[in-house]
Design a protein around this ligand. Sequence first.
Ligand code: KG4
Ligand code: ZN
Length: 343
Amino acid sequence: MIVLGIETSCDETGLAVYDSEHGLRAHVLHSQVELHAAYGGVVPELASRDHIRYLLPLAEKVLAEAGIDKQQLDGIAYTAGPGLIGALMSGAALARSLAWALDIPAVEVHHMEGHLLAPLLEAGAPEFPFVALLVSGGHTMLAHVSAIGEYELIGQSLDDAAGEAFDKTAKMLGLGYPGGPVLAETAKSGRAGAFSFPRPMTDRPGLDFSFSGLKTFALNTWERERRNTEATEQLRADIALAFEDAVVDTLLIKSKRALEQTCCTRLVVAGGVGANRTLRARLQKLAETRNYSVTFPRIEFCTDNGAMIAFTGCLRLQAGESQPLDIDARARWPLSQLEALKH
Ligand code: KG4
Ligand code: ZN
């Protein structure tokens, strides 16, 4: 089965062709980072318009790169939520219209399920069950995954998501947008031990997260210390490092706890913050010392992309799922509402 996947939930237009026999055939991405940078964050209306501008040319490009004609497609998969409603609708409209014109099924894909299954695109994908650590701009969660579509939420953020905390802290430090990668880059010149930030909610049982206080801690440190120093560049880097360290450590402690609690030995990491190299290295080390396995998507599939949507949609289409012609998208969509695959 050959499936075209379309991702437009936020600020990346991602398209991909996934072939159930030969794997991923092509993927293309247009990032809107430059468009939104001037505003310090995503402007929803601009995002929708930009998706509309790029969707058709990218669809043609990805089909050409996959070496197929649109008539060879067996199905279309698109992100139907959660996300920005206008952005979602632009992808949904193309997916539904194309499916109607080609007389093939189209399937809605849950954006977070896409992230969660992205590591399975890689060679040596883990078997079920596993624990998934999902760390994106909008969500932080730990889930026990027993099969595709069977996700038991065992921990989540009570306030800011990990990526959101990176973005907001970077903005406070005057590092610009998007915050995660630039903060991580700045942290490289930080001095270890210059500051020590708290590891929120690790001193009590449970798997929930709270990153909002950490962001305030970073702000207070920045406001207090900058009055006493000329070396603001170094101070910025020291705070970035202390912040990154605290977030990574917290994610590490909770992932370890989740593995112990569920008696799982396999951890899968997904979502934009999964691109963080410190997080990857420290989780890898944990896995080696404890005999766990840890799987990450390749860096480009940690952040939003069409490949994860084409792949997830293909699995659901193969199981006979598809939805009627209505063009529908959901700004909110709890992962717990997904149904297990029918065999
Ligand atoms: O999964 P994603 O592309 O979009 C959502 O579904 O939210 O995640 C984007 C988030 C942003 O908050 C971004 O700052 C963060 O992932 N991010 C990172 C890194 N690369 C992206 N955070 C920390 N370190 C990185 N290297
Ligand atoms: Zn995402």
